[in-house]
Design a protein around this ligand. Structure first.
Ligand SMILES: Nc1ncnc2c1ncn2[C@@H]1O[C@H](COP(=O)(O)OP(=O)(O)OP(=O)(O)O)[C@@H](O)[C@H]1O
Length: 372
């Protein structure tokens, strides 16, 4: 149904566009290439692409912080119509920046309390306490903002956004200063669980494709101010390779669940059985399960290996070899239409005389598949 309301900030009568709808959105960056975007009311979407391509500009335009023209509607409420824009504070959104932008002169607790008090969907107190612990912020509650380290400030800013719990949550490289192990092992799984319990529409901007793979099922791509529709993660991985931006050393693997016995999950990957062990999630036969696999955990053989304690052996086609700066070679492999990365030494590459467009056997331990 067409939205014909001349007023903005008005809830329209339509029911078929309750997510985010962007039509013909122009900033000074993309006058030749206005943005179109349609996203559902809930779900986590990555946003990535080369530096300077316009990702932050898009987020600022959605938030009403950048002069633009075109149409933006969210949850059937008109935010922008032509040049007329609804004020940022009237939009049901939050925007998190790389540089935190916490309120100086206040404590961590004050910053968080403010976000919760002004929330249209306040979280239960026990949820806030759980988040404080997961983000390691509980001991910092009475710290003045000025005394926080860069990584602490980013964690507080992210938490502030979760406490606000807006319907549309925009993030612009919010964890770039936090140590990577903490991000991958603790913060991203916490965020994934959080948005499963408190659904919102989330756009997560990052140059770190691992972050996006851990959080999102689909991803937007921005290049030279041109915005794509939501793409599969496999397609975005291909574009990152072509543009030599980002540096993901993990592959996201999806396979169909066959059985789970004694913590060993048996999976069908395009007709080949593979195994993941020590899995903790709930899986049922026929589910699609997703995993991350480190490039350093894959070994390659020219011939099919005999019986081995390594449970997984997959025929893969070598698509491309890429020299890494540390002297190793990154192989891009494909099996069942999914991309795998394997990092091997130059010596191994020479010994095996690896050639592109040739099939090899990839081996990896069941324990190296990290469940998502
Ligand atoms: N307020 C502004 N006025 C004019 N030009 C701007 C403004 N902000 C950004 N730009 C320019 O617009 C282009 C896109 O910038 P933007 O910050 O949106 O890119 P990005 O994709 O977020 O980059 P990065 O990944 O490096 O953060 C850049 O060339 C930048 O210099």
């Amino acid at each position: 149904m067409d939205i014909t309301f001349p007023l903005f900030g008005t809830t329209t009568a339509t029911s078929d566009s309750c997510g985010l709808s962007v039509e013909g959105l122009e900033t000074s960056l993309n006058t030749a290439n206005p943005w179109q975007l349609s996203l559902p009311a809930t779900g986590v979407f990555g946003l990535t692409g080369p530096s300077g391509s316009g990702k932050s500009t898009l987020l600022a335009a959605l938030a009403g912080l950048r002069r633009c023209r075109g149409d933006i509607t969210f949850a059937n409420t008109v935010w922008q119509r032509g040049r007329r824009a609804l004020a940022t504070h009237k939009r049901a959104l939050s925007l998190g920046f790389q540089d935190s932008r916490l309120f100086a002169g206040q404590s961590v607790a004050d910053n968080l309390a403010l976000a919760r008090n002004y929330s249209r969907r306040p979280l239960p107190a026990e949820e806030c306490e759980q988040l404080l612990r997961a983000f390691g912020i509980a001991p910092l509650l009475h710290q003045p903002i000025e005394l926080l380290s860069g990584g602490e400030a980013q964690r507080v800013a992210l938490l502030r956004q979760l406490f606000h719990n807006a319907s549309l949550q925009l993030f612009d490289e919010p964890l770039s200063a936090v140590d990577r192990a903490q991000v991958l092992r603790c913060l991203l799984p916490t965020l994934r669980d959080f948005w499963a319990r408190y659904p919102a529409l989330v756009i997560w901007t990052s140059h770190d494709f691992d972050e996006i793979q851990l959080l999102a099922q689909r991803c937007l791509w921005m290049e030279s101010a041109g915005l794509s529709a939501p793409l599969s993660l496999g397609e975005v991985a291909r574009r990152l390779d072509t543009n030599t931006v980002g540096d993901s050393c993990r592959s996201r693997i999806e396979a169909r669940v066959e059985s789970l016995q004694d913590g060993l999950l048996s999976l069908d990957l395009g007709g080949v059985f593979i195994y993941a062990d020590r899995v903790t999630g709930h899986y049922s036969k026929g589910d699609t399960a997703a995993f991350l696999l480190e490039a350093g955990d894959i070994s390659l053989s020219v011939e099919k290996p005999g019986l081995s304690s390594i449970l997984n052996c997959l025929p893969v086609a070598l698509i491309e070899k890429q020299n890494l700066t540390d002297g190793r070679i990154r192989l891009r492999l494909i099996a069942a239409e999914q991309v795998f990365y394997a990092d091997i030494s130059r010596l191994s590459c020479e010994r095996l005389q690896l050639r592109e467009d040739t099939t090899y056997f990839a081996q990896f331990k069941a324990g190296s598949l990290a469940g998502l």
